[in-house]
Design a protein around this ligand. Structure first.
Ligand code: ZN
Length: 198
């Protein structure tokens, strides 16, 4: 039997579907929302809906953006001949926060993970290969140093072997198994500076 009203139960259930939100947290959030001014709740729900409705993948680098071409790809101040390959948009943001990288990105939207049935065709690899037919000097493989990230980097480096494009891998200063997102900026910069040729 439900102790809460139907609508409250539904709210708790929906919040509980979010990552890292268990049953207790879902209840806590739900009650917080129920005590918020109605106007603020409207703002919150329309922010969620607006962000989701306008979210799309950049036509160039596949990052999540609300434009056809993201601001980085659209900028003529960036070095479009250097492409850093990352797993997701949060990794891109981590590198952008260092303020020291002037190239562009390619966001794979995942990593190869055969155990979970994620194959090369399931990530944005085809889009990368199409981009590399253009004028590119260097591809920096900045996938995570997890098993999947390493496997993905190896896979891409093999694909690029005979293309004449310089392929580098960020240094393993990034803790093994650590998502790039959680690594501090100094470590990220070091990893980038000490990248090695593949
Ligand atoms: Zn882009």
């Amino acid at each position: 039997m439900d102790y809460y009203s139907k609508t409250t139960t539904k709210l708790i259930a929906e919040l509980g579907h979010l990552p890292g939100i268990g049953q207790k947290s879902a209840q806590r959030l739900a009650f917080h929302i129920l005590h918020m001014p109605e106007e603020q709740v409207r703002e919150l729900s329309s922010a969620i809906l607006d962000a989701r409705t306008s979210a799309r993948f950049c036509r160039e680098c596949c990052t999540l953006t609300d434009e056809d071409i993201c601001p980085i790809c659209a900028s003529d101040k960036r070095d479009h001949k250097t492409i850093m390959v990352v797993e997701d948009t949060r990794d891109l943001v981590a590198y952008e926060k260092t303020g020291q990288y002037n190239g562009v990105y390619h966001v794979l939207q995942g990593a190869i993970n055969p155990m979970q049935g994620i194959n090369p065709t399931d990530i944005r690899l085809k889009e990368l290969m199409i981009r590399l037919q253009g004028d590119v000097d260097e591809v920096i493989l900045a996938t995570n140093s997890t098993l999947e990230g390493e496997a993905t980097a190896m896979y891409i480096s093999k694909l690029l072997k005979d293309t004449g494009i310089r392929v580098t891998r960020i240094a393993s200063g990034v803790p093994v198994g650590g998502d790039l997102e959680y690594v501090d900026e100094v470590t990220l910069l070091k990893a980038l500076e000490n990248r090695t040729e593949l």
